[in-house]
Design a protein around this ligand. Sequence first.
Ligand code: RIB
Length: 315
Amino acid sequence: MSGEVVVVGSANVDLVVPVERHPGAGETVLGGDLVRSPGGKGANQAVAAARAGGAGTTFLGAVGRDDAAALLLASLDGAGVRTDLVARVGAATGTALISVTPDGENAIVVAPGANARATLDAAGARAVGQADVVLAQLEIPLPTVVAAARARRPGARFVLNAAPSRTLPAELWSQVDLLVVNEHEARDVAETEGTPAELATALLERVPAVVVTLGSHGCLVAERGQPRVEVPALRVTAVDTTGAGDTFCGVLAASLARGESLVDAVRLASAAGALAVTTPGAQAAVPSAAATRELARAMAGAPHDPSARGMGEGA
Ligand code: RIB
């Protein structure tokens, strides 16, 4: 292993139902068979970072003392993620209710449960202090995210995937080295409207580097003092976009921990995200390192396809 990633975040059991269309307000729709699978943005990102290879990965979060916790820990362990610091608390493991339409788009409601009790204890802070990249999202309490950012060692990178988006406090903004957002999240956290390029410019006033993921339009990489780089999406047939954004973030974090440049890391992350939408589920859809590298090489030589399907918004 040539680097260390610590992911601080949520773990949910995903209850997934295929539907022809998502219900409107006050409406009931009949779906297909229920699938119960490991998820949660934090756990998904940890699995993706571990499966990317080359970097050790630790997950910090909280689960209950129920069978959903066992499902989640088994999935993390199976991917090679260090889980001994995950807290077992007196609340139900987080649960996500997910409907997925035939075009792969999802709608998600999360009951945070144990995630709402995730804190950073002394052992967790020590693990964070040894990481090269600390990756967090926003399905756990903000004070825990801020504590994790503050616990990193000098020179380590704090990457925030601001999902689901919410207003960020100044104490968090000041800690972020790299912000990863989709277009909706970019608008929410920037608290302004604009094109992706304008949003990236607004966000660069607050953080040194931003990646805006744009689904079928690829992603925009913006770093202070550097020319913008657009990384195109590749055409894939989407089956389920759930967790594709998490795959992107996890692979990005592992690549940065291995010492790759931000643009090269984004290229690999884009390939992994594209592969992830072709398979149902969140953690089950995280591709192997070999498959990701092969697709990234193909993408490097492919012309931009404006009809491509990339990661779903908010997935
Ligand atoms: O990003 C996808 C994830 O969001 C799902 O696995 C679900 O658990 C929610 O956290």
